[in-house]
Design a protein around this ligand. Structure first.
Ligand code: NAD
Length: 354
């Protein structure tokens, strides 16, 4: 199992260091792992003038899976768009054909008090949000600036989905639902957008191949409301790139902290890039405050989705659960009575439980 490790910027190296401890523990227990690190994001720009240096991309392509920390930071915000760290993320997704982003929003019972919502609304929450990752208004052409007929400056982007793009993400939605509660909710804006009307038509057609799954459709504005009103009504949500970007961040808050949420981005053969949902958190860099659990849980997703090592994945998840049950919390989890620990101490605690 070849894993490319791209720590990135900000708290990236801090949280990746903890995930590496877990990987090394699994390796010494007999998992055959090959790990190689490379600069990425702002670190890629600093080393090679490119957020996705050629050697990093080569390594990522040769690997079976990629583990990422996070990228970005205020010092890079002044760079031209093509050199910004975030472009590295968009490009690596495109280059590796990672079109399906899986973001579970699971509330650990121990953290029910950390959610901003009432316990009865969120306890037992287990939603999987599947976001299409390589199309939509984030990539559609044309885009740009121009001067219109009234001589006013304007900016524009193009929302666009092809039928094959919708079919393959819909299939990920249905197959994921088959492995879970067999309920799929497709989120769109069909009442306004032509792209969404087409999306709904194609998803409905794909549904014919999955008669055991109950398909529903929901407008994105309603979905945003339902996620905070009654989130447990959802099993799997499938949606486009922009709606998924927003809804998955919203869902992340239901679980208590963005520092707990892993993600997987998969290609058609389950090669994947695994990363925490959060960014590089420049406000807490070097303060031993970063929660490494989202990254460690991303590792569990990697073992499950790319390497089919369900047992090893479960070992990691169970170790995290036990650490939370002991009352250990990093500072991002707002909860009274817990024992506050730093990044490394949290990593070590998971390691001890492993
Ligand atoms: P952020 O997720 O980095 O931080 C938001 C808030 O959550 C901050 O207060 C931060 O301290 C806290 N936080 C995030 N992760 C945490 C963790 N593991 N433990 C404890 N607290 C945590 O989002 P932002 O501030 O909007 O963005 C900062 C930078 O990250 C920007 O440059 C942005 O472009 C980049 N970013 C990168 C990715 C990525 O690498 N995939 C994703 C989102 C944002």
């Amino acid at each position: 199992m070849k894993i490319a490790v791209l720590a990135g910027d900000g708290i990236g190296p801090e949280i990746i260091a903890e995930a590496m401890k877990v990987l090394q523990a699994l390796a010494s227990d007999g998992l055959k792992l090959e790990l190689e690190q490379a600069p990425f994001g702002g670190a890629g720009y600093d080393a090679h003038g490119d957020p996705l240096p050629e050697a990093t991309l080569r390594l990522a392509k040769a690997a079976d899976a990629v583990l990422c920390g996070a990228v970005g930071g205020p010092q890079y915000d002044v760079l031209p768009r093509a050199q910004r760290p975030e472009q590295g993320i968009l490009r690596i997704r495109k280059e590796l054909g990672l079109f399906a982003n899986l973001r579970p929003a699971v509330l650990f019972p121990e953290l029910v008090g950390a959610s901003t919502l009432k316990p009865e609304i969120v306890s037992g929450l287990d939603v999987m949000i599947i976001r299409e990752l390589t199309g939509d208004i984030y990539f559609g052409e044309p885009r740009g600036r121009r001067v219109n007929a009234r001589q006013e400056r304007e900016g524009f982007d193009t929302m666009l989905y092809s039928e094959p793009e919708i079919r393959r993400i819909a299939r990920v939605g249905f197959t994921t639902a088959m492995k879970r509660g067999r309920k799929l909710c497709s989120v769109d804006k069909e009442n306004v957008l032509e792209t969404s009307r087409f999306w709904r038509e194609v998803v409905t057609d794909v549904a014919k191949d999955y008669p055991q799954v109950t398909l529903t459709h929901m407008y994105v504005d309603n979905a945003a409301m339902q996620l905070v009103r009654a989130p447990k009504q959802f099993d799997v949500i499938v949606t486009g790139n922009m709606f998924g970007d927003i809804l998955s961040d919203e869902a992340s808050m239901l679980t208590g902290s963005i520092g707990m949420l892993p993600s997987a981005s998969l290609d058609e053969r389950s090669k994947g890039l695994y990363e925490p949902v959060h960014g590089s958190a420049p406000d807490i860099v070097g303060k031993n405050l970063a929660n490494p659990l989202a990254t460690i849980l991303s590792l569990a997703m990697m073992l499950r989705y790319t390497f089919n090592q369900d047992e090893a994945a479960k070992r990691i998840e169970d170790a995290v659960k036990r650490v939370l049950a002991q009352g250990l919390r990093t500072a991002d989890i707002q909860e009274g009575g817990a024992r506050k620990v730093g990044t490394a101490e949290m990593g070590d605690a998971v390691l001890a439980e492993l």
